[in-house]
Design a protein around this ligand. Structure first.
Ligand code: HEM
Length: 333
């Protein structure tokens, strides 16, 4: 007969194996992965972004978002970057959350070209997205962190996965947390990572359901500050152009800071999913929002850790996948 401890250990081992299957080990990711094969990769990435910033103040935000949209679909494997064509019949780029929305792909290509010039065939496009997100946040005034590296690139894309796994801005709070849980991230990660909406833009079509007839009530979303509501109604009139841009954080549109959380406290979250973090009755996220609004250091620390957590979602490592030579195409296609 098995004693209680042995049964316990077997149970733990079984749970551990199940978790390992769900979230394959990221033990192979390492901050020194390219230290001998491409020691300057971080500075190459950063300098191309700095160049792009001169003509596009939004690019740091756009690149940060690409890493998120990559990692939530089949893990951080650069599947997002693949163009339709050849074996890629349905790209992630053309999935609903990305089509006419995700941007910065040209800058990713410029980064890849610069990296290939120094270290040909070595650095994956998935790692370039992780490095570009860190460099972008840091260049915009946010935290820096040691990016874990060693991801490899997918040879497939998953458009239906992009449609189902990337949260929509009209998602209920319950669905939002469920989509984070599904990739191994918790509600603290959700609150910290949503802080990326401290920079960048959003088109009217992503939040205009809040402005005039919220959920069929005939009135605007009650959790919208009335002055802010008036501004948004003016910029996004009924039957107006859904692609008009709005700053996600009007108080400091291009700076990575903790103003996003102060906005939530004053009912000035732009997306419904932003405001839900503070306005969902009884939610554990409220105290986290309050903490980040009053303590930028706490936010920066949590954001960096949650970006590492997100970057660890199901990477391809070892002999899995490939190192793409063109981020838009599977090798040999
Ligand atoms: C929590 C669920 C989230 C939802 C529902 C959401 C939704 C959106 C939407 C609808 C936009 C506007 C896109 C457009 O107008 O074309 C946007 C922009 C943005 N998102 Fe999120 N997002 C979420 C989480 C995140 C996370 C985790 C990050 C990164 C860590 C992120 C980073 C950004 C950035 C930086 C922008 C501005 C992009 C630009 O200006 O090009 N978002 N998001």
């Amino acid at each position: 007969m098995l004693c209680a401890t042995t049964t316990g250990s077997l149970l733990l081992a079984a749970i551990f194996s199940a978790l390992t299957l769900l979230y394959p080990s990221n033990a192979q990711l390492s901050s020194t992965f390219y230290s001998s094969t491409c020691p300057n990769v971080s500075s190459i990435v950063s300098s191309v972004i700095q160049q792009a910033l001169q003509s596009d103040s939004r690019i740091t935000a756009s690149l940060t978002r690409l890493h998120f949209h990559d990692c939530f679909v089949n893990g951080c494997d650069a599947s997002l970057l693949l163009d339709q064509g050849g074996n890629i019949t349905l790209s992630e780029k053309s999935a609903t959350p990305n089509n006419n929305s995700a941007r910065g792909f040209d800058v990713v290509d410029n980064i890849k070209t610069a990296v290939e010039n120094s270290c040909p065939g070595v650095v994956s496009c998935a790692d370039i997205l992780a490095l570009a997100a860190e460099a972008s946040v840091s260049l915009a005034g946010g935290p820096s962190w040691n990016v874990l590296l060693g991801r490899r690139d997918a040879v497939i894309a998953n458009q239906s996965g992009a449609n189902s796994s990337i949260p929509s801005p009209t998602e209920s709070f319950a669905n939002l947390t469920a989509k984070f849980f599904a990739v191994g991230l918790n509600t603290s990660d959700l609150v910290a990572l949503s802080g990326a909406h401290t920079f960048g833009r959003a088109q009217c079509r992503f939040f205009n359901q809040r402005l005039f007839n919220f959920s069929g009530t005939g009135s605007p979303d009650p959790t919208l500050n009335s002055t802010y509501l008036a501004t948004l109604q003016q910029n996004c009139p009924q039957n107006g152009n859904g692609s008009t841009l709005n700053n996600l954080d009007p108080s400091s549109p291009n700076t990575f800071d903790n103003n996003y959380y102060a906005n939530l406290i004053t009912n000035q979250g732009l997306l419904q999913t932003d405001q839900e973090l503070f306005s969902t009755n009884g939610s554990s996220t409220i105290s986290i929002v309050n903490n980040f609004a009053s303590n930028q250091t706490a936010f920066f620390q949590a954001f960096a850790q949650s970006m590492i957590n997100m970057g660890n979602i199901k990477p391809l490592t070892g002999s899995q996948g490939e190192i793409r030579s063109d981020c838009k195409k599977v090798n040999g296609s």
